[in-house]
Design a binder for this molecule. Structure first.
Ligand code: TYD
Length: 201
């Protein structure tokens, strides 16, 4: 299978992380499972700042997500792709456009170019959007008790996030695969696995 950069996006509690682990185990080729924010030593420090600190202004929050991304792409993702691996990444640039743009209201064109700067133009081969009603997703997050600073935003914020993801998926249909995340974990894993197999031929 050729090296692929695959991202998983969606509102909170959509089941991305569980699906990534199950697909990685099924692929049978060298796979890097990674995430944003929080990969590597630097990423872990930035993640603590981002998700566990008290109030951060939207601009500070943005810069931290971008700093994490630039380091992640340059030092972790690109070397793995160059070595022929498949990279499965839990959240990436689309989360910035949606959470900081549609959610926080920062300028979307600026965010697009900031993302290009941070990724040095790397764009995923496939992006799976796990679409879910935020009321259902947030209930799942509350049940597993790991709520972070963004999970605690009001419901309207998460509704804007969901609509934002659906809108950007419509703008780039060749890259996005939109999945109904209320399906069972097995159904989701099958769809993701089959799509990657087709694409990687
Ligand atoms: P995480 O616990 O990884 O959430 P999830 O399991 O839902 O992926 O927390 C990451 C949070 O950071 C999540 O609420 C989305 C948010 N986020 C942004 O706001 N902007 C970004 O660029 C990224 C990568 C994440």
């Amino acid at each position: 299978m050729k090296p692929l950069f695959i991202t998983f996006e969606g509102p909170e509690g959509a089941g991305k992380s569980t699906c990534i682990l199950s697909v990685a185990a099924r692929l049978g080729v060298p796979v890097l499972v990674t995430r944003e924010p929080g990969a590597g030593e630097f990423g872990r420090k930035v993640r603590t700042l981002l998700l566990e600190e008290g109030e951060l202004c939207p601009e500070t929050e943005l810069m931290l997500f971008l700093a994490d991304r630039a380091n992640h792409v340059q030092n972790i993702i690109r070397p793995k792709l160059a070595a022929g691996e498949i990279v499965l990444c839990d959240r990436h640039a689309d989360s910035t456009l949606v959470y900081q743009g549609y959610g926080r209201g920062l300028d979307k064109e600026f965010l697009r170019s900031a993302n290009r700067f941070a990724t040095q133009g790397l764009v995923p081969d496939i992006t799976f959007l796990f679409d879910i009603d935020p009321e259902i997703g947030l209930r799942r997050v509350a049940a597993r008790s790991g709520a972070n600073r963004l999970d605690r935003e009001p419901l309207e914020f998460h509704q804007r996030v969901r609509q934002g993801f659906l809108e950007i998926a419509r703008l780039e249909p060749e890259r996005f695969v939109v999945l109904d995340a209320t399906q069972s974990p097995v159904e989701l894993s099958d769809q993701v696995f089959d799509t990657i197999q087709q694409f990687g031929k």
